[in-house]
Design a binder for this molecule. Structure first.
Ligand code: NAD
Length: 513
């Protein structure tokens, strides 16, 4: 890859031509097979990465276990100081890392840089949090007793991440886990392994500069088989897994079989409800960005628009007009709105979803299609499509990771729209566009959206790091990032101390000897 300054970016990030994929510090070691990382931008081979063998894996785990014993006794605010330095390093390397994200994953350069910004933001959040790992104190029912709870470090956190947020999701987990005193073993997506290697180099340089042991940040590489080494490993008390529902169901069972904890961040099927009181201009901007941004490859991408019949034609026509303005092409060129899908397999899934919606009786308003010719050599560029459909179509119930937007019409009251919105197995992000206070409040009430994220007059896509992020139902129930999401990375302990010379028992029980 000589174009777009990628070679230079890789050098700045310390990523070598042929990489070794397992690491507990800045040096890599790996004995597994090679996987190739191709860019969906131009189809070029960027580099090859060695996967983690069973032997490599054991070495990683032994180093991580030893590092945990040292890391957990460093006071949390001092761990926060290390995370602060890590955030500073990310500020320095924002440009090359953002560019690598864009080139390896295919999202726009702006979004690649935005992902690195999210990493920086979560570091800042974690630094503050490192002085706020609070437990409660309670009043004991027994005289002369004190009762409180405290949070202790958990151990090794296994992080499995998806291709579409190849760096930010790791940082959401790792920045919090580190201040909590945990060490992390990360298996990035096999579709974006170089992003993983670049991040590992950055983290390792900070730990090394502070004379901290290897193993606080660890990287393993490969496909689901390497992921399963982590999920079945008793030494890993928490698995945080981001990806498809299919993956989550397998991971949840493997982790539950050994009674480990899992934090699952799985697929969404996100909808915006457009009521008769919606601001149509805002609706169109929110819906178009939500549906075609990152080429529809965000877990929070807008998949369904649930539009009241009284404004349906207006919204439909405005959407078709807006889609006509979209420029599809190289995501490193900032004048383009829509970049490529991750690979040809994703293109085939997009195509098959369009076939299915027609088979089920849907009407393609914009029929989409795969782009060919100059600039589209990777065969991963597709045209965003819009289909008029019904919520109960199988394909509408399913998350297709591509820019396909389904228009659903509702009539009558808002409760009908909410029933459609909630009538899918996923429960990640949802939104309502309305200027009507009653509608907005109903949507946010217990009778409203059943999703982990519910927005008013903003689209479904994207989230700030300050709030807890995650979804209900088959989205997995996990929460990451802000609010009190840190608690999952620690173990809670309740302590009762008796400072008297008596030994009263709880619940007034008498036990005279
Ligand atoms: P995927 O499920 O194919 O892979 C995700 C990760 O899981 C990869 O690292 C993969 O190697 C690993 N994996 C797969 N099977 C495994 C197994 N049996 N054991 C252990 N690891 C296994 O997902 P993808 O195509 O990379 O990403 C797209 C999906 O991720 C979409 O469904 C999207 O909605 C979801 N996603 C969700 C969130 C969220 O926060 N809710 C965020 C980003 C992406």
């Amino acid at each position: 890859a000589t174009d777009y300054g990628i070679k230079q970016a890789l050098i700045q990030l310390g990523v070598k031509e042929i990489n070794e994929g397992s690491s507990t510090g800045s040096d890599c070691f790996s004995n597994g097979d090679l996987i190739s990382s191709f860019s969906p931008v131009d189809g070029e081979l960027i580099a090859k990465v060695k996967t983690t063998s069973g032997e490599d894996y054991d070495r990683v785990m032994r180093t991580a276990e030893a590092a945990f014993l040292k890391w957990r006794v460093i006071p949390a605010p001092q761990r926060g100081e290390i995370v602060r330095q890590f955030g500073d390093k990310l500020r320095e390397l924002k440009d090359p890392l953002g560019k690598l994200v864009s080139y390896e994953m295919g999202k726009s350069l702006q979004e690649g840089l935005g992902e690195v910004q999210e990493m920086i933001d979560i570091c800042d959040f974690a630094v503050g949090l490192s002085r706020q790992l609070h437990g409660l104190t309670m009043h004991s029912e027994r005289p002369g007793h004190r009762m409180y709870e405290q949070y202790h470090s958990l151990g090794i956190v296994g992080i499995i991440s998806a291709f579409n947020f190849p760096v930010a999701v790791w940082a959401w987990n790792t920045a919090l886990a580190w201040i909590c005193g945990d060490v992390c073993v990360w298996k990035p997506s096999e579709k974006a392994p170089l992003c993983g290697i670049a991040c590992q180099h950055i983290a390792a340089s900070v730990f090394e500069a502070n004379n901290l042991p290897e193993g606080i940040s660890c990287l393993i590489n490969g496909d689901y088989r390497v992921g399963e080494m982590l999920t079945t490993d008793k030494r890993v008390p928490l698995i945080s897994a981001t990806g498809s529902i299919r993956m989550g169901k397998i991971v949840a069972q493997k982790v539950a079989a050994r009674l480990g904890k899992s934090l699952l961040e799985l697929g969404g099927n996100n909808a915006i409800i457009v009521t008769p009181d919606a601001d149509i201009k805002m609706t169109i901007i929110g819906a178009v960005f939500g549906a075609v941004g990152t080429a529809g490859q965000r877990c929070t991408s807008t998949r369904r628009l649930i539009i009241h019949e009284s404004v349906y034609d207006k919204v439909r026509d405005a959407l078709v007009e807006a889609y006509a303005q979209l420029r599809i092409g190289n995501p490193l060129d900032e004048s383009n709105h829509v970049g490529p899908l991750i690979d040809v397999e994703a293109v085939n899934m997009y195509q098959s979803a369009l076939d299915k919606v027609v088979e089920e009786g849907g009407n393609l308003l914009l029929k989409g299609g795969v782009l060919k010719g100059e600039g589209y050599e990777s065969a991963c560029y597709v045209k965003p499509a819009i289909a008029e459909a019904q919520n109960n179509y199988q394909i509408v119930q399913h998350e297709t990771f591509a820019p396909i937007l389904y228009l659903l019409k509702y009539s009558g009251g808002l409760e009908n729209a909410i029933a459609l919105q909630n009538g899918v197995v996923q429960g990640l992000s949802s939104a309502i566009m309305t200027n009507n206070l009653r509608e907005a409040e109903l949507f946010l009430s217990v009778e409203g959206s059943d999703c982990g994220i519910a927005n008013v007059n903003i689209g479904t896509s994207g989230a700030e790091i300050g709030g807890a992020f995650g979804g209900e139902k088959e989205t997995g129930g996990g929460r990451e990032s802000g609010s009190d999401a840190w608690k999952v990375y620690m173990r809670r302990q309740t302590n009762t101390i008796n400072y008297t010379t008596d030994l009263p028992l709880a619940q007034g029980i008498k036990f005279d000897l």
